[in-house]
Ligand binder design. Structure first.
Ligand SMILES: *[C@@H]1O[C@H](CO)[C@@H](O)[C@H](O)[C@H]1NC(C)=O
Ligand SMILES: *[C@@H]1O[C@H](CO)[C@@H](O)[C@H](O)[C@H]1NC(C)=O
Ligand SMILES: *[C@@H]1O[C@H](CO)[C@@H](O)[C@H](O)[C@H]1NC(C)=O
Length: 496
């Protein structure tokens, strides 16, 4: 008997190490749960009631072959017409908050404040009051990748004048919605906007200027964020008492070995991808990461440029930008392994040449439907610890995390993903003392997944995109998340 019990225990221990069991600890009482979407990915109604054209409307209509199956967000989930159903779904899940974004062109069709579209304003006012009536806090992103096309016609984000256009738009939004919205995020994932939109030419607006475009874009965006923050601080905070931040995304970078070279390469990747946007705002010293300043200046000189391709922040700008956050917003989905490599030869400028590292993902990691997204729960805990230590123990809200598949209702792999990532987050909170206060699942429902169209599904609700009514159905993962929120617990019963 004793022997049997002993063997049984060994087997359990062994299983516990080979696959990570969900934690049976409870989330802290004040920990909050939400779900997220973004305007272009769910709203549809792309030209309804006076909305102006944005860069994703333009890109999907003019370069349809860049999107899987030539898909567009013209109708998407039709949330412009079906937002009351969305609110019912949120209520059913029991979320504490809903993270969504405003479509700049729906509110300011020209991109400028010369014209306000009342129908667009009414849409968001209705959505916000329906949320509040149901006890759901609105968490609002001002910019989730959908720049008004007229502002692209003057160059888009690499044009530093857009700092003022964004600031005016932000002031308009604070004025219109700030009595009800207490959590604001200026930009979502500027790395994606700058690197893929203005560097590699892979997403809207499709500008290819690597080594220059993404750096000028980031320069404008960190300043535009800071300006919006200061406007809120000076003109709105005294009466509205809300919080403002920026969402920066990161994948954990794990050194390929214990060697100093691989550790340095992994840290460099984190600084180029995350620190570029986070350091000027979240780091007590401000400014872009020193490793970027040094490497890009050096390569620029060897390439024959009179000054660095990385714009320089003046002392006044560094002061103006640093500390412009009330909490830290982090999106993360996956992990990459990083190995040191020789610096790329001097030639055409490029972001990847400036960075000069080699990355890969372990073939043993579980797949999702997205090539870049492998299931690596331990990477989340390491990333949270790195952010905690690098930026001086900030309050962190995870503003996106999630898993893609083919859209099936019985989505057990998504449940595993959430259980394992939330376990890793809970360990960071309870065992490492990282101050994570909120978790946001991406996404409330299947939606337009940018260049992948409707092929990669991230929803905890399924949407039938063949049905003109865009019928929504809860998935198994939606039921699971609902119970996690209700019990603040990842398994059937938690330790009390
Ligand atoms: C990988 O997938 C298997 C099968 O679904 C599952 O048992 C295991 O827990 C997963 N591992 C991770 C790290 O997600
Ligand atoms: C997608 O758009 C391209 C370019 O307009 C066109 O040639 C192609 O036939 C379209 N494909 C589909 C599947 O509609
Ligand atoms: C987390 O941040 C909040 C807000 O700043 C603060 O009130 C709380 O004391 C912090 N908790 C920890 C464990 O640092």
């Amino acid at each position: 008997m004793k022997v049997t019990i002993y063997l049984f225990c060994t087997a359990v221990l062994f299983l516990g190490q080979s696959r990570s069991e969900p934690s049976n600890k409870k989330f802290p009482e004040n920990f909050r749960f939400g779900v997220a979407t973004a305007a272009y990915q769910v709203e549809g109604g792309w030209a309804d009631d006076g909305k102006g054209e944005n860069i994703w409307d333009h890109y999907t209509h003019h370069q349809p072959d860049h999107i899987a199956n030539n898909a567009t967000g013209d109708v998407a989930c039709d949330s412009y017409h079906k937002y009351m159903e969305d609110v019912e779904m949120l209520k059913n899940l029991g979320v504490n908050y809903y993270r969504f974004s405003l479509s700049w062109s729906r509110i300011l069709p020209t991109g400028y404040t010369n014209q306000i579209n009342e129908a667009g304003v009414t849409y968001y006012k209705n959505l916000i009051s329906a949320l509040k009536e149901n006890g759901i806090e609105p968490f609002v992103t001002l910019y989730h990748w959908d720049l008004p096309q007229p502002l692209q016609e003057i160059g888009g984000w690499p044009n530093p004048l857009l700092e003022d256009n964004f600031a005016e738009y932000a002031r308009t939004a604070f004025t219109l919605f700030g009595d009800d919205v207490k959590n604001w995020m200026t930009f979502n994932e500027p790395q994606q906007t700058c690197l893929f939109g203005y560097g590699l030419g892979a997403t809207a607006p499709g500008a290819s200027a690597s080594g220059i475009g993404e750096y000028k874009c980031a320069y404008t965006i960190v300043k535009a964020h800071a300006k919006a923050y200061h406007i809120y601080d000076e003109e709105f905070r005294p009466t509205q008492n809300g919080r403002v931040s920026i969402v920066v995304d990161a994948s954990w970078a794990e050194p390929g070995s214990d060697s100093d070279e691989d550790k340095e390469a992994a840290e460099r990747l984190l600084q180029f991808s995350y620190g570029f946007y986070a350091h000027p705002i979240y780091h007590p010293d401000g400014n872009f990461p020193q490793v970027m300043i040094d490497r890009i200046a050096d390569r620029s000189e060897k390439e024959g440029f009179p000054t660095s391709r990385l714009p320089e922040l003046s002392t006044e700008e560094i002061e103006y930008i640093r500390g412009t956050f009330d909490f830290l917003c982090l999106n993360s989905y996956t992990t990459n392994m990083v190995k040191w490599t020789n610096d790329y030869a001097i030639g055409a400028p490029g972001y990847y040449a400036d960075l000069s590292v080699s990355t890969y993902q372990d073939p043993s990691w579980n797949n999702s439907a997205s090539g870049w997204l492998k299931v690596v729960p331990w990477g989340m805990r390491k990333l949270l610890n790195w952010v905690d230590q690098t930026y001086n123990h900030p309050e962190i809200v995870i503003t996106e995390n999630g898993f893609s598949d083919d859209g099936r209702l019985d989505d057990l792999t998504r449940i595993n993903y959430y259980a394992e990532y939330l376990t890793s987050i809970l360990e960071a909170v309870l065992e490492d003392g990282v101050n994570v206060t909120g978790y946001t699942a991406w996404s409330l429902m299947d939606n337009f997944q940018w260049n992948f169209g409707y092929l990669e599904k991230f929803g905890i609700y399924q949407v039938d995109f063949e049905d003109p009514d865009r019928t929504r159905t809860i998935k198994s993962s939606g039921e699971y998340y609902k119970s996690v929120i209700a019990n603040k617990c990842l398994v059937d019963t938690c330790e009390e």
